[in-house]
Design a protein around this ligand. Structure first.
Ligand SMILES: Nc1ncnc2c1ncn2[C@@H]1O[C@H](COP(=O)(O)OP(=O)(O)OP(=O)(O)O)[C@@H](O)[C@H]1O
Ligand SMILES: [Mg+2]
Length: 426
């Protein structure tokens, strides 16, 4: 396949969302699945197989025991507990990858991609990365000609997106701060022209992300209306209707949290939950309350302060490198304004933002793969052919040869004269 018609696929399998990007000669775009650019990473195990994405979230309503909202969090354990059984997590992830690779194959007219990239947290060991690669390979195995998926660290992928920002010079250091749904990841990435390398050790907090903020806010909202233990009681209930109410409260908390990135207060409503809540109960959430819950720092649950502390620590422990161009914020939860404020306070620089932070990893990974695939072949300069070897030199040629012949001739004559003189005397 030539560089013009080559296309690449990158998949960012996130804790909350899975996003895919396609790159070709026209650039990079987010792949839409069922018309949407973001697919929940959720899975639901039906009697007849896996249901994924939005459909899984809808199916979950009545059978939460068959549902997993964040299968990425189960990768360290290798298994998910669904419908009373341990199920290999690789099966669930394969199910998430399958509609993506098939949609990408269909949108490209059945041509295989020149490269297929799967992204992973930079802190992950090879065995976890292998699970992602295996799932991606199985998902694409019935598609003829597809290449083996190759892994790319999420911060390196995200940093690729900064290549065309003027404030990032060709030789520069970045700190990628990725605050997503399930984790915070902090990585120092050095740029040297077109090359990006991780400097020092990537760090992160595995249990800090938007999902955790939703939970804290859901608990706070029920406590605020006088029912502090309600959320946990509903979430642990054996009654599916009650567990469903807990899911509703959490979904509601997520929406409120996201709106609080744009406005200072949001009116919410809690579902009827007798005996604690007799009817739909209003609760007003303001930004300062959310910030108290997620700020972190001394003595508090881990939060944004701890994420920014990791930036400071990463910079102080990284090997010497080029000057810092900035802290690049990616991941959906990086939209929370307090994060940027804390970066300014601790680092003394306004953080870098570029494009949609939710799609940064998938988009950057597709750019990365595209750059590798379409890189111009090394230039071979034309050189004239070497001159033919000189013909073998004649044994006696030129002046030296003639002189030698004269000397030899004289010797012969003198020798003959001496012989004749000898004979005459005799
Ligand atoms: N405007 C917003 N304000 C606050 N949070 C937001 C906003 N928009 C999205 N989020 C949160 O971003 C999170 C999802 O981000 P993202 O898609 O980057 O995570 P992910 O890649 O699935 O997770 P991870 O990278 O941790 O594996 C969700 O918790 C979502 O609620
Ligand atoms: Mg992510």
């Amino acid at each position: 396949m030539d560089a013009v018609s080559a296309w690449v696929l990158a998949v960012d399998f996130g804790t909350t969302n899975t996003i895919a990007a396609v790159g070709d000669a026209n650039g990079v775009r987010t792949l839409t699945i069922d018309g949407r650019p973001v697919m929940p990473s959720a899975v639901f195990l039906n009697e007849s197989g896996w249901i994924v994405g939005e459909a899984a979230v809808r199916f979950a309503r009545r059978r939460l025991d068959r549902f997993e909202r964040c299968p990425k969090r189960a990768i360290p354990d290798r298994v998910l507990f669904l419908a009373g059984h341990d199920v290999p997590v690789v099966d669930a992830i394969t199910a998430v990858f399958r509609p993506i690779v098939h949609e990408a194959a269909q949108q490209s007219g059945g041509r295989p991609p020149a490269a297929f990239v799967v992204t992973h947290p930079a802190t992950w060991a090879g065995s976890r990365v292998q699970i992602l690669q295996t799932a991606a390979a199985i998902a694409a195995r019935d598609l003829p000609g597809w290449p083996s998926p190759y892994p790319l660290a999420e911060p390196v992928a995200a940093a690729q997106r900064t290549m065309d920002i003027a404030v990032v010079p060709p030789v520069a250091r970045l700190v990628v701060l990725d605050l997503g749904g399930g984790t915070v990841d902090v990585t120092v990435v050095d740029r040297n022209g077109a090359y990006l390398t991780v400097a020092g050790r990537p760090t992160g907090i595995d249990s800090l992300g938007g999902e955790d903020f939703d939970l804290r806010l859901a608990r706070w909202m029920t406590a605020e209306v006088g029912a502090p233990a309600l959320f946990d009681r509903l979430a642990m209930s054996v009654n599916p209707e009650e567990r469903e109410r807990a899911v509703d409260i959490r979904d509601h908390a997520r929406l409120v949290k996201e709106q609080l990135s744009r406005q200072s207060a949001v009116p919410a409503q809690l579902p009827k939950s007798p005996p604690e809540l007799p009817d739909n109960t209003p609760v007003l959430v303001n930004k300062l309350e959310l910030e108290k819950l997620i700020r972190g720092g001394d003595g508090a649950e881990p939060g944004l302060i701890d994420a920014v502390d990791l930036v400071v620590k990463s910079l102080s422990t990284a090997p010497p490198g080029p000057p810092l161009a900035g802290v690049f914020l990616v991941g959906g939860s990086s939209r929370i304004p307090l994060l940027g404020t804390l970066v300014v306070e601790r680092i003394g620089q306004v953080p870098l933002k570029h494009g949609d932070p939710t799609t940064a990893v998938a988009d950057g990974a597709a750019r990365h793969a595209l750059a590798a695939v379409t890189a111009p072949a090394p230039v071979h300069y034309w050189a004239p052919p070497p001159p033919p070897p000189p013909p073998p030199r004649p044994q006696s040629s030129g002046r030296g040869g003639a002189a030698a012949a004269v000397v030899i001739g004289l010797f012969v004559i003198l020798a003959l004269l001496a012989v004749f003189a000898e004979l005459a005397a005799y």
